[in-house]
Design a protein around this ligand. Structure first.
Ligand code: RB5
Length: 143
């Protein structure tokens, strides 16, 4: 599986750290590549578009709060990005929302927490069933 990865300066350190949790995957790193201040839309849109186009199956985006990257990713048609700060939310975001982008908070969670969240998020399948019609309504609204 190919995973699109992107961060701003506030997510850079966590982005580098989580590569250790992703060694079993092909990771496409859309930047940023340092802690120098930059604008999260510049990397976030590139990664989200890679997922929307199918170049990557899933994406992980990180900014300081997770809020800016969430806004950016959810502007891209076909993206269901969910900000998760616990493994429980990560599981639900896959089971109920079929999230294709995970957003993390560079300034609010530890590397260990990020690893736990990512591990659950990548190993949890969409439940389908009653949730399908809800996803379909989102897709219809996008059209
Ligand atoms: C950067 O200071 C910060 O605003 C950004 O990382 C993010 O939290 C925005 O939503």
């Amino acid at each position: 599986m190919k995973i699109a990865l992107a961060a701003d300066h506030a997510g850079y350190e966590l982005k580098e750290a989580i590569k250790d949790f992703l060694t079993a995957y092909k990771v496409i790193d859309f930047g940023t590549h340092s802690t120098e201040s930059m604008d999260y839309p510049d990397t976030g849109f590139k990664a989200a578009e890679a997922v929307a186009k199918g170049d990557c199956e899933k994406g992980i985006l990180i900014c300081g709060s997770g809020l800016g990257m969430s806004i950016v990713a959810n502007k891209v048609k076909g993206i269901r990005a969910t900000l998760c700060n616990s493994a429980k939310l990560a599981r639900l975001s896959r089971q109920h929302n079929d999230a294709n982008i995970l957003v993390l908070q560079g300034r609010f969670i530890s590397k260990k927490q990020a690893g736990d969240i990512i591990s659950v998020w990548l190993s949890t399948e969409f439940d389908g069933g009653r949730h399908i019609q809800r996803i379909e309504k989102i897709k219809k609204y996008e059209e």
